[in-house]
Ligand binder design. Structure first.
Ligand code: FAD
Length: 509
């Protein structure tokens, strides 16, 4: 018996650590595996209503998958350093196995768990699973981690990729009686190991398949709808996307109204689909793209999608090598950036009431769907940092709270890219014009009017000229929709001056 600890890998299929622990697909004498998820209070401290809802949905799908395989999911609550050694003892497990998580906080937690298991002589094993290439595996010829994506991509795409890991069958998994006995032995124990009278904060919890509600964990149901969860839903979405949309991905991906992207980000974030499985499916699409049945440019379209999977891995290795970027600029500015940080402007941005239609549509999509289209994420992030001159950390915190797909590496990478503080970031003098961006990427204002009802029924041209209309014209056209809270041209100049000062340059040059 081995104990498999699920974290950001809520799937049974293509799960490297689980395949090893359960002995799936090979004739080793390993397994069966008892799967567990632990609600860790110190991780929940960083969670949000949206992400707790999404996590619980993913766990319900995982539990159901295990039930179909004749087993179940152990659901525990407490400090993993206290829970895992006890569960391992109750199961008489030979070892505890998990997949690596590369963020700084997760690595600290895992070091604590390693020490706790070592102290009681329980073997443990960590696997590489979350990305195709280990964050330490792709380095420059001089041996340094990459900070420029295009060079990273060249090596990433040339490297051989692992095949998907085999999924466990019923014989590879612990039966429910063993799981129930282990849960009983641990449930109600206090953190020091004795069975408590119950009720204390440090009491450990364990049950078979019994998931808490958000309220049990101290969270509320989110206002946003978070979308489907689980491996089956992820596979459906991937298949659907690779069936047709991928062959026009590069051409269409920047247009938010066209639904031309995969919408797989939350599935990747919770690890509900394996990267090896997803990549193999894109390779099958590539083979089709290279056949006569598809237009000549189809391979480039598919490659552009593979490039996004590589961006995810690029940012994973940036965070792995620079864990401090969660709160600090990656790129140092000689004099430091003097952000303007006007609380009212930041609040208007969060509410989606800036008077810049594409920005407001994006911020409202976030609130309603816990998601935002990539092009629009870039626009709203540029607007916050370079029109409102607000520190990217305000935006990052807001996204962290509201995005179902919030991923520390990608979110941080995206924000620092937009703020020109990141690795391989947008140069500081490249400042998006939010009106031109809206006109170019949402020419018929379909996306805008989907999320900004005050502008429905207006001519798209009028919407894209909103900043140029007189107050009377605005009041006549859409009395409920705000006027622009800032003047883009003025703020553009102010932003350039802010960055020049930060670089130690004369802002008037
Ligand atoms: C300010 C900002 C914040 C962001 N925050 C996040 C975040 O918290 N979580 C997140 O997964 N992505 C984030 N992104 C990247 C990107 O916007 C989303 O991954 C994408 O919009 C998700 O939609 P999709 O699944 O349809 O993407 P697709 O276009 O279908 O891409 C496929 C997958 O590739 C990955 N990917 C795509 N673009 C990027 C990128 N630029 N960087 C890293 N990985 C990428 C994602 O896993 C995505 O699911 C952010 C981008 C910006 C500019």
């Amino acid at each position: 018996m081995e104990l498999f600890w699920h974290r950001r890998d809520l799937r049974a299929a293509d799960n490297v650590g689980l395949a090893a622990a359960s002995g799936a697909g090979d004739d080793s004498d390993r397994g069966p595996a008892a799967p567990v998820f632990v609600f860790d209070p110190s991780v929940l401290d960083h969670a949000s209503d949206v992400r707790v809802r999404r996590l619980l949905d993913g766990l319900a799908a995982l539990r159901d998958d295990y039930r179909e395989r004749g087993s179940d999911l152990l659901v525990a609550r407490g400090d993993p350093e206290a829970i895992l050694p006890r569960l391992a003892a109750a199961l008489d497990a030979e070892r505890v196995v998990w997949n690596r998580d590369y963020s700084g906080l997760a690595r600290e937690r895992d070091a604590g768990v390693r020490r706790a298991l070592d102290a009681v002589d329980v073997a443990r094993e960590a696997h590489h699973d979350a990305v195709l290439h280990d964050p330490d595996a792709i380095r420059t010829n001089a041996g340094d981690p990459y900070s420029v994506y295009s060079y990273y991509w060249k090596k990433w795409t040339d490297r051989a990729k692992e095949d998907p890991a085999p999924a466990p069958t019923e014989a590879d998994l612990a039966d429910t009686d063993r799981l129930a006995a282990a849960a009983d032995a641990v449930d109600g124990a206090d953190a020091s190991g004795a069975v408590a009278d119950g009720g204390e904060a440090a009491t450990l919890g364990a049950a078979v398949g019994d998931l808490p509600t958000p309220a049990d964990l101290g969270f509320a149901e989110p206002d946003a709808t978070v979308g489907p969860a689980g491996t089956e839903a992820a596979r459906e979405r991937l298949d659907d996307f690779l069936d047709e949309a991928v062959f026009a991905y590069e051409a269409e991906r920047d247009y938010p109204a066209r639904e031309a992207t995969s919408r797989l980000s939350a599935f990747f974030k919770y690890g509900e689909i394996g990267v090896r499985e997803a990549y193999a499916a894109t390779e099958a699409a590539m083979a089709e793209a290279e056949s006569d049945s598809r237009p000549e440019d189809a391979p480039e379209q598919v490659e552009e999608f593979q490039q996004q999977l590589a961006w995810r891995e690029f940012y994973t290795q940036v965070l792995f090598h620079n864990p401090e970027v969660v709160s600090e600029n990656y790129k140092e500015y000689e004099e430091g950036i003097e952000w303007r940080d006007d609380p009212e402007e930041i609040a208007a941005w969060k509410r989606g009431e800036t008077g810049y239609p594409i920005v407001d549509a994006g911020m409202r999509q976030l609130r309603e769907e816990a998601f935002m289209h990539n092009r629009v994420r870039m626009i709203v992030a540029s607007f916050l940092t370079k029109d409102l001159l607000a520190d990217w950390r305000h935006g990052y915190d807001h996204f962290r709270e509201h995005l179902a797909d919030h991923d520390t590496a990608n979110d941080n990478g995206g924000w620092q890219w937009a703020a020109s503080t990141g690795t391989d970031a947008q140069p500081y003098f490249r400042i998006f014009n939010p009106m031109t961006q809206g006109e170019r990427y949402d020419p018929d204002a379909e996306y805008i009017t989907e999320y900004v009802p005050e502008l429905r029924g207006l001519d798209a041209d009028l919407i894209h000229e909103w900043h140029e209309l007189s107050p009377t014209q605005r009041a006549n056209a859409a009395p409920e929709y705000p006027s622009p809270i800032v003047d883009h041209s003025e703020r553009r100049e102010a932003a350039l001056a802010m960055y020049k000062r930060a670089r130690g340059e004369d802002p008037d040059d």
